[in-house]
Design a protein around this ligand. Structure first.
Ligand SMILES: [Zn+2]
Length: 235
């Protein structure tokens, strides 16, 4: 199976679905990782241009750590993600057409920050557009109608999972991948006083409690027409 995970900022996927991505990789599925935003605003001191290069390296390191096939970044500045920007739409379509996924994991549509919600809308729209032959971009059409799973939003509010994935055996590599984001760990500590490693472990433990395993990640299936399937596409 080919899996494409599209997160907004570098670290969003690590927090909410890297345990699941590691499970896919364990069973020899091909996993591709993409960020829409470049993370340029996430620091108290380091200026945006310098920071976005640092954050790209951190995200690449995390993706390589779990054994993802390739990492992409659409390089949109933080706070400026808009789902109807034609240039970003075409870049996103080309990532989908290039990676040819059987399933996509992305941001939940109702999260705490507009960049996250716009990323969700961007993926929702472009995964359909990527299948339209007369909409031409650099890469050839991906004719499949790709099902989407939304990962848990940052707060977990208004989120009722439809599916859980047991990540008991991959929690360590998930947290190790998250630890690659040194600049972001410092930012979250400085900006909101949060230890992201500990809160991520706690959130995974809470989802594990609900699903009767030690650690889990939770998802909602996108239930719109042409995006549903009778198969379980999560590991
Ligand atoms: Zn984010």
């Amino acid at each position: 199976m080919r899996v494409l995970a599209v997160g907004c900022h570098p670290d969003d996927l690590e927090i909410n679905c890297y345990g699941t991505l590691a499970r896919y990789i364990e069973r020899k599925d091909d996993v591709f990782v993409c960020n829409v935003a470049n993370g340029c605003m996430g620091h108290m001191v380091i200026p945006p241009d310098e920071l976005k290069a640092i954050r790209r390296k951190e995200a690449e390191k995390a993706a390589a750590l779990i054994g993802a096939k390739e990492y992409f970044c659409l390089d949109v500045n933080d706070l400026e993600v808009v789902s109807y920007d034609k240039d970003v739409i075409n870049k996103m379509i080309d990532v989908i057409r290039y990676t040819k996924p059987d399933v996509i994991i992305t941001q939940y549509p109702n999260d705490y920050q507009r960049d996250h919600n716009e990323t969700s809308a961007l993926v929702f729209n472009t995964c359909f557009m990527a299948s339209i032959p007369h909409y031409t971009t650099k890469y050839p059409v991906h004719p499949k109608l790709v099902p989407i799973y939304y990962m848990e939003p940052s707060s977990g509010n208004s989120f009722t999972p439809t599916d859980y994935v047991d990540i008991t055996n991959t929690i360590d590599i998930k947290l190790k991948a998250l630890s690659c984001h040194e600049s972001q760990i410092k930012w979250l500590a400085d900006h909101v006083g949060k230890d992201v490693i500990e809160t991520t472990r706690s959130a995974s433990m809470y989802r594990g409690k609900l699903s009767q395993v030690k650690y889990a990640e939770a998802f909602v299936r996108c239930d719109h027409a042409l995006k549903m399937t009778t198969s379980r596409l999560l590991p």
